[in-house]
Design a protein around this ligand. Structure first.
Ligand code: SF4
Ligand code: SF4
Length: 88
């Protein structure tokens, strides 16, 4: 039986990173690990690394900015992506 609430899996909408015009930058020093960004990200691109810190999988991030909006610690900033610039 399926749950009434579900979270999309990483990259559920395919590779969306190519057409993104802004990208989120996470400051792990400010992050309080409340997991709101993980909960609200519509693409499921925010995941936990082995050490416990969060990371954003840019290949699937569409730059919607929801993660930055919901972050209570202002730990995520949306940066304009320069044409042809690398994500990392
Ligand atoms: S901008 Fe944030 S909320 Fe939007 S897809 Fe990227 S990681 Fe997810
Ligand atoms: S919403 Fe902000 S404080 Fe909460 S886990 Fe995400 S980056 Fe960290």
């Amino acid at each position: 039986m399926r749950s009434a609430l579900s979270k999309p899996s990483e990259g559920a909408s395919g590779l969306t990173g190519m057409w993104r015009i802004k990208r989120p930058l996470m400051d792990s020093e400010r992050c309080k690990m409340c997991m709101l960004c993980w909960l609200y990200c519509p693409e499921g691109t925010i995941t936990k690394r082995k050490g416990g810190k969060l990371r954003i999988v840019y290949e699937y991030c569409k730059g919607c900015g929801i993660c930055a909006e919901v972050c209570p610690s202002k730990a995520i900033r949306m940066l304009r992506r320069e044409r042809g610039a690398a994500d990392r």
